[in-house]
Design a protein. Structure first.
Length: 259
């Protein structure tokens, strides 16, 4: 299916691997030129070159920490005017509610709420002037069902969700949509790390840890970055102009909720 976005440009944050890379590849497959970002320059350039070779689109790489003001300034300067923004950043560390102080919360807010808001504020006005734009924020299933040990992430991502709920409805009339993708567990380095932690804590193999986690997911497996990326590309397509301020859950049915 032609998504109708060939020739447009996208900034995809944290896209050297994992879900960000899945989104970048899906957009490139639809003919979108990319500005890719990650902290590690080597992995970023490797991923970018593979996309250039496979899809023949233009790819600019910007190695920086998008959660910092300096990183955001560097990224925005390189990106210029883009039609699509995919916000993404790694989540804060797990812990118990008694572990965190004010500095921990500020760091989480900077990474998972304030950084995406800063990029939205910088890029959406240009999209509105041109009459077309798409913003997709990668958040978490914890927005629908909070995860106790991820209180920092729960808080920051819920804040971004509230911001998007109001802002998306103010810009939709100018042809710009803002939506959120809420991943459950996917087959990424993050999942491998979580499984390794469970294996070490419980004295079991990594395979057994993964099997146990898969048993808690109605789909019986982890998601893939390819199907996640395809959903992102659809939300960025010509067909998604009537989808505004939504939270799309990709969790294999893991969150047991009616709405």
């Amino acid at each position: 299916m032609d998504l109708g976005i060939k020739g447009k440009s996208a900034l995809v944050c944290a896209s050297s691997k994992g879900l960000g890379l899945g989104c970048a590849r899906a957009l490139a497959g639809a003919g979108v030129d990319l500005v890719m970002n990650a902290r590690g320059a080597e992995a970023l350039e490797t991923a970018a070159q593979a996309i250039r070779d496979e899809f023949g689109v233009k790819v600019t790489t910007v190695a920086c920490d998008v959660t910092t003001e300096d990183g955001q300034a560097k990224l925005l300067k390189a990106a210029g005017e883009v039609d699509i923004l995919v916000n993404n950043a790694g989540g804060p560390p797990p812990g118990m509610w008694t572990d965190w102080n004010r500095d921990d919360f500020i760091k989480a807010l900077d990474a998972n709420m304030l950084a995406p808001i800063a990029l939205i504020k910088a890029l959406v006005p240009g999209m509105m002037e041109r009459g077309w734009g798409r913003v997709v924020n990668i958040t978490s299933q914890s927005v629908k069902a909070p995860i106790p040990v991820l209180g920092l992430s729960n808080s920051a991502r819920a804040g971004l969700t509230g911001y998007v709920a109001g802002t998306s409805r103010q810009v939709a009339g100018k042809g710009v949509t803002i939506n959120n993708l809420l991943p459950g567990i996917h087959a990424t380095d993050r999942a491998d790390s979580l499984d390794q932690g469970v294996a070490e804590k419980e004295g079991i193999s990594v395979d057994e840890a993964k099997t146990r986690r898969c048993a808690t997911i109605p789909a019986g497996r982890y998601g893939t970055k390819e199907e996640f990326g395809a959903t992102c590309a659809f939300l960025c397509s010509q067909f998604a102009g009537f989808i505004v301020g939504q939270n799309v859950l990709l969790d294999g049915g893991g969150v047991n909720a009616t709405l």
